[in-house]
Design a protein. Structure first.
Length: 343
């Protein structure tokens, strides 16, 4: 079975082809990705209308590219999968529209996929895929969640952010520091030359007794610290504050993840989503895994960002479990807000 995956939930257009047998890990045949970072940089963040228009321009050329790279014809595709949600409504509609149109023309089923399920399952395309069950830390620009994952489609929410996600904390703190878009990688880059112990920033909800997150207060603490540094902080001040901010975020993510493993009794942790590419987070969790004896899994770095491969993969793994991931008809339906536990 050949699955075509289309991702258009925010500011990346991704298309990929996955081949799956009735059992075993599906195989990535080809993928292509276009990032809108350069376009949105001028505005300091994603502009939804511009994102939607750019997806329209990119999705079909990317589809032609992956078909050529994989040497697969359009008529060899068995299932077309697209990101149904969550995400920007207009952006989601572009991927849905293309997927449904192709499905109708080719007389193929069209399956809607949960964006976060794609991230959650993406490590199965890595050289060291996980095994069920495991705890998943889903950490991206708009989402921070801990999930218990017993199988494909068997997800239990353990904890989530009650305000800003970790990615938003990175981005908003970077903006306060005068860094460019996207803020997360810029802050992480500046943190490399900073002292993470200089500023004692808060670790919100670290001792809350649950697995929820809150990062809005951290952003406020960064703003307050900057004001104390005066109108013209030195470059070292900014680097130290960037490093201290990153250390606070990483500390909360790592310690909550450890608590989740302990409370569930599981010994595998999957970390997925854009923030999962952060080197400081990987280093911290790697040290914890070595010291505490749990297994740590990530997607390949190229699959940490939004991409079509994870969408095709989620559909393929749903098919292996004898069920479509969502609707198999030929009509539009997107879900800008969609809890993963209901997917």
């Amino acid at each position: 079975m050949i699955f075509l995956g289309i991702e258009s939930s925010c500011d990346e257009t991704g298309v990929a082809l996955i081949e799956a047998q009735a059992s075993g890990v599906p195989r990535l045949c080809a993928q292509a990705l276009y990032s809108q970072i350069d376009m949105h940089r001028a505005y300091g963040g994603v502009v939804p209308e511009l994102a939607s228009r750019d997806h329209i321009q990119r999705v079909l050329p990317l589809a032609r590219e992956v078909l050529a790279d994989a040497a697969i014809s359009l008529h060899e595709i068995d299932v077309i999968a697209y990101t149904q949600g969550p995400g920007l409504a207009g952006a989601l509609l572009v991927g849905a529209g293309v997927a449904v149109s192709l499905g109708a023309a080719l007389e193929r089923p069209v399956w809607g996929v949960h964006h976060l399920e794609g991230h959650l399952l993406s490590p199965f395309l890595s050289v060291d895929p996980p095994a069920f069950p495991f705890v998943a830390l889903l950490v991206s620009g708009g989402h921070t969640q801990l999930m218990r994952v017993d199988d494909v489609g068997a997800y239990a929410l353990l904890g989530e952010t009650i305000d800003d996600a970790a990615g938003e904390a990175f981005d908003k703190s970077a903006k306060l520091l005068g860094l460019g878009y996207p803020g997360g990688p810029a802050l992480a880059g500046l943190a490399l030359v900073g002292n993470p112990a200089r500023f004692d920033l808060p670790r919100p909800l670290l001792h809350s007794g649950d697995l929820n997150f809150s990062f809005a207060g951290l952003k406020t603490a960064v703003m307050t610290t900057l004001r104390k540094l005066g109108e013209q902080p030195t470059e070292q001040d900014r680097a130290d504050l960037a490093a201290s901010t990153q250390a606070a975020i990483v500390d909360v993510l790592a310690r909550k993840s450890l608590t989740a493993l302990k409370s569930t009794g599981l010994t595998r942790l999957v970390v997925a989503g854009g923030v999962g590419a952060n080197a400081a987070l990987r280093d911290r969790l790697g040290l914890e895994a070595a010291g505490r004896g749990f297994k740590l899994h990530y997607p390949e770095l190229a699959l940490c960002t939004d991409n079509g491969a994870m969408i095709a993969l989620a559909a393929a793994m749903r098919w292996q479990r004898k069920g479509a991931s969502a609707d198999s008809g030929h009509h539009f339906q997107v879900r800008p807000r969609w809890p993963l536990a209901t997917a």
